[in-house]
Design a protein around this ligand. Structure first.
Ligand SMILES: [Zn+2]
Length: 65
C-alpha cells in the first residue's frame, strides 16, 4: 500500500469517517487516492473495499456499513 510520508500535516476529509483531520494514511483505489485520519479508518475502509470489490466497485464512503 502506498503511504505518503511527506504529508504529515496535510488536512484531509477522511474517506471513511468523513471528518476533517490530519492525513495519516492513504490508499489507492483504482484511479482515486483515498486519505484517512487514522489507521482504524484506513484498515476499515481497506477491508470493506476489498470485500465489496469482489462484487462491485464503489468508493468506500458509499458503502453501507
Ligand atoms: Zn477517519
Amino acid at each position: 500500500m502506498p503511504l505518503d510520508e511527506d504529508a504529515s500535516n496535510v488536512q484531509i476529509l477522511c474517506a471513511w469517517c468523513q471528518k476533517v483531520g490530519v492525513k495519516r494514511y492513504s490508499l489507492s483505489m483504482g484511479s482515486e487516492l483515498k486519505s484517512f485520519c487514522s489507521e482504524k479508518c484506513f484498515a476499515a475502509c481497506r477491508r470493506a473495499y476489498f470485500k465489496r470489490n469482489k462484487v462491485q466497485s464503489l468508493p468506500c464512503h458509499q458503502l453501507d456499513i
